[in-house]
Design a protein. Structure first.
Length: 114
């Protein structure tokens, strides 16, 4: 059973925007008390942290995305978002949602290319 489902990836030109969504199944309960995060893995590279958001709404970002990406959450919808602006080719990767209770999504591909 799939517990986290990412969506919103795709092909975008440099400078463009995308919004990723991560919907958590009710089978794993409410996300409201958990830190949630987005990670990414580019071809040939290790998976790296992009952003996290605590249950209280505090956020943390990788230096490479600060000022361009915004993580948010809607506990009523059991969903976490990643708004990505001013995208660069080096942002190309598979983006994974992480529930700090121990769950990972299958990932959504983001390709930034002209």
């Amino acid at each position: 059973q799939v517990q986290l489902v990412e969506s919103g990836g795709g092909l975008v030109q440099p400078g463009g925007s995308l919004r990723l969504s991560c919907a958590a199944s009710r089978s794993i309960g409410s996300i409201s008390i958990y830190t949630m995060g987005w990670y990414r893995q580019a071809p040939g590279k290790q998976r790296e942290l992009v952003a996290t958001i605590t249950s209280g709404g505090s956020t943390n970002y990788a230096d490479s995305v600060k000022g361009r990406f915004t993580i948010s959450r809607d506990n009523a919808k059991n969903t976490v978002y990643l708004q990505m602006n001013s995208l660069k080719p080096e942002d190309t990767a598979v983006y994974y949602c992480h529930h700090y209770g121990g769950y990972w999504g299958k990932g959504t591909l983001v390709t930034v290319s002209s």
